[in-house]
Write a protein that binds this ligand. Structure first.
Ligand code: SF4
Length: 376
């Protein structure tokens, strides 16, 4: 009986939340996005259950325009091929400059040549050997296959690049096609790349630990490779992902301990899309929307670039007049004031502060007084 899922246990409850909808495997981008809004119960449950959020959002009438355009995908592939051409020659040039890599000590393994079903085992063997080896066996691993446990399920991650060892440490290399212009790149794109690289760091640290090596052999400094200026010439930068790692770890731990969140939900609650024979959801839209509203969301404008449910949750926040719509900074500063109407009422004195709201009410009244003085 030990292998069976029992009613009431978290994995069983998560399976019940997903119902008959096929499970959507997590990829690195999706796992990285978990760290973008760690406080959202709705997202934690949907991801814990492995529900296809894109399919749910479409069925609800709120599709999110995610996914890169074919043009961007082609540009990304061309740039990646350039960086990896001739056994990663261009990448090696940059790593030599950035990390002081001694040329003579570099080996190159393309794990993709091994065949999909063996890639994970082969990656393990190569990393195990490298970690046990001497200090300076510099090696590049192209297309390794790593894994990470997400709420009781194994997600396989295919970094398009590489773990690299130098002086006993591994570095994750992340190739992105957004441009660095005059030393500056789009901060949102860099943040998303850092979150994604942090997923690989975590997965590789997990693998080292499993193999009995020190997980801290994987550096928290990842190598981000982007095209420089308006040409395709690659440039490499070290990005410290310690903060992203901490958030990701917290969020993954939260997903393995979803019991408390699940305990607050009605026993018969399900987000099942009830796919028909053609795979399309058949569940009445209003019923699905009601079910989702039972799981509290924590909408913030950043959701628009990180979660398939963003338009549904934004619409809900608008209907509620939630202060979440104003962004995370404002929401955090307004701590304990849930709606815009409530904030305005406290600011103009039309509403008395509840217990614990005295300080924020005083600040809002001051802000309102200053606003009036400026306007007059
Ligand atoms: S879009 Fe909705 S479900 Fe997704 S993270 Fe934001 S609030 Fe949570």
């Amino acid at each position: 009986m030990s292998g069976l899922k029992r009613e009431g246990d978290p994995v069983h409850r998560l399976d019940a939340l997903r119902g008959t909808t096929p499970q959507k495997p997590h990829d690195a981008r999706a796992i990285a996005a978990l760290a973008a809004n760690p406080g959202c119960t709705r997202r934690a449950l949907l991801d814990g259950a492995g529900l296809d959020k894109d399919a749910a959002a479409r069925h609800l009438g709120f599709p999110a325009p995610f996914g890169q355009s074919p043009f961007a995908i082609t540009r990304g592939n061309v740039f990646e091929s350039l960086v990896k051409a001739d056994g990663c020659a261009e990448l090696l040039r940059m790593l030599r400059e950035l990390l002081g890599l001694p040329v003579a000590e570099v080996a190159y393994h393309d794990v993709e040549n091994v065949g999909a079903h063996l890639r994970h085992a082969h990656t393990r063997a190569l990393i195990d050997r490298a970690a046990a080896d001497g200090q300076d066996s510099g090696t590049l691993y192209d297309h390794p296959l790593l894994s990470l446990e997400i709420a009781g399920h194994t997600a396989y991650l295919e970094p398009d690049v590489v773990a690299f060892q130098l002086g006993g440490r591994f570095h994750i290399v992340e190739i992105k096609s957004f441009a660095v212009i005059d030393g500056q790149a789009d901060p949102a794109a860099v943040a998303a790349a850092a979150r994604q690289a942090a997923v690989y760091v975590l997965a590789l640290r997990g693998l080292l630990e499993e193999l009995g090596h020190d997980p801290l052999k994987v550096s928290h400094d990842v190598v981000l490779v982007c095209p420089e200026n308006f040409a395709n010439r690659p440039v490499a930068t070290l990005v410290d992902v310690r903060k992203q790692l901490a958030v990701l770890r917290r969020q993954l731990t939260r997903m393995t301990t979803l019991d408390r969140l699940l305990a607050e939900l009605p026993d018969d609650l399900t987000f099942d899309l009830r796919p028909g024979e053609d795979g399309r959801p058949t569940r009445p839209v209003a019923e699905l929307a009601d079910a989702l509203r039972r799981a509290t969301a924590r909408y913030a404008p950043d959701c628009l670039s990180a979660c398939d449910m963003c338009f549904f949750c934004r619409d809900e926040a608008r209907q509620e007049g939630a202060s979440d719509l104003l962004g995370r900074n404002v929401r955090d500063e307004l701590g304990g004031v849930a709606s815009v109407a409530e904030a305005l009422g406290l600011a103009d004195g039309a509403r008395d502060p509840a217990e614990g709201q005295e300080e924020i009410a005083r600040l809002l009244r001051n802000a309102e007084r200053l606003r009036r003085e400026c306007l007059n």
